[in-house]
Design a protein around this ligand. Structure first.
Ligand code: AHG
Ligand code: MN
Ligand code: MN
Length: 340
């Protein structure tokens, strides 16, 4: 008998951790896994899209060739809608919430926030991209979900995860009891448990930030970057700089090796670039569950009040000691700026 444990088997085993769930939650995770496999199939042949789409953007089956982020959006929405466990979805690709109102969703208890394809500017260069998702229990009582269902803090998430379409494809998720990673085995078409109980080191030696925007950073960020570059044997500095430009890929690497990922405020993005609901909160939940930290520079990401679907926040996320050091710099130099 093989020792391989598939995502499906793992979910069923863990179902008893959720006495209230009665299988709905397990089915929801299963639906996300199915959509991820379909998106993975398309991402894997992304370079062929132009060939298939030569004749007026139409492929050999006569279907419109779609940009992959639109395709991914449709796949996840379809899987979650048909699955029947979700009463509303918020997606990066849709301005408004998508309400789910069909017979099988009558008793749906959950809402999902999703970034269907993260790092999509990397797709044509064959560089890793991802999907990020976050699950909340609905706060409304019945019928289709509402915007208010999403106005919850990150601390209320019941699950969060990402899929990384990289040199291999992985699904990493948490339900608040640690973090587990599954690698897709293409030969059997199943996500298999490969990274049980992922733990992040308290420190690391990588910092990930788009330094091209250095001139637009606040003083605290600039001084923290300089600290990362200083020589100090005891703290393994200078750190290495690594920036892929797909938050999922950058954070996945740092989750495994230790380090910090920062997307701060800049002159062009005064509130930061990344979105609270479907990028920062789910990534924060995973990193915290692995023993790391996620902050907006002064406070915990998951305690930020959600006021809008596509709300942005600056983010400092990764190994606990390094995030705390970055927070120290942000506080210290914010105080200096105020004093003038
Ligand atoms: P998306 O593709 O979902 O719009 O997200 C891209 C995000 C994130 O993944 C990445 O870390 C960041 O944008 C990169 O932005 P810069 O090019 O400004 O560094
Ligand atoms: Mn994104
Ligand atoms: Mn996206």
């Amino acid at each position: 008998m093989s020792k391989v444990k598939t995502l499906g088997q793992f979910i069923i085993e863990k179902q008893s951790d959720f006495p209230y769930a009665k299988g709905e939650f397990s089915r929801l995770l299963r639906d996300i896994g199915i959509a991820a496999k379909i998106v993975n199939r398309e991402v894997n042949k992304a370079g062929l899209a132009d060939i298939l789409g030569e004749a007026g953007e139409t492929n050999v089956q006569g279907e419109q060739v779609k940009k992959l982020d639109i395709f991914a959006n449709e796949q996840f929405i379809a899987a979650l809608t048909v699955g029947g466990e979700v009463c509303a979805i918020v997606s990066e690709e849709n301005e408004e919430i998508i309400t789910v109102d069909n017979p099988q969703s009558k008793n749906a208890k959950y809402v999902v926030a999703i970034d269907p394809l993260d790092g999509s500017s990397n797709i044509d260069a064959n560089v890793s991209v991802g999907t990020i998702f976050s699950v909340y229990r609905r706060t409304s009582l019945s019928g289709p979900g509402t915007i208010e269902d999403f106005m919850q803090r990150g601390t209320e998430q019941v699950a969060a995860g990402y899929v990384i379409y990289g040199s291999s494809t992985m699904l990493v998720y948490t339900t608040g009891r640690g973090v587990n990673g599954f690698t897709l085995d293409p030969s059997i078409g199943e996500f298999c448990l490969s990274h049980p109980n992922i733990k992040m080191t308290r420190s690391g030696k990588t910092y990930s930030i788009n330094e091209g925007y250095y001139v637009h950073f606040q003083d605290g960020v600039k001084k923290f970057i300089k600290w990362c570059q200083e020589e100090d044997k005891a703290t393994n500095r200078p750190y290495s700089s690594r920036y892929i430009g797909s938050a999922v890929a950058d954070i996945h690497r740092n989750l495994l090796y230790g380090g910090i990922f920062i997307y701060p405020t800049t002159a062009q993005a005064p509130k930061g670039k990344l979105r609270l609901l479907y990028e920062c909160n789910p990534l924060a939940f995973i990193v915290e569950q692995a023993g790391g930290k996620a902050s907006d520079g002064t406070k915990r990401i998951m305690e930020i009040d959600t006021k809008a679907l596509h709300q942005r926040t600056p983010i400092f996320i990764g190994s606990a000691d390094i995030v705390e050091m970055a927070e120290d710099y942000m506080r210290k130099y914010a105080a200096v700026e105020v004093k003038g």
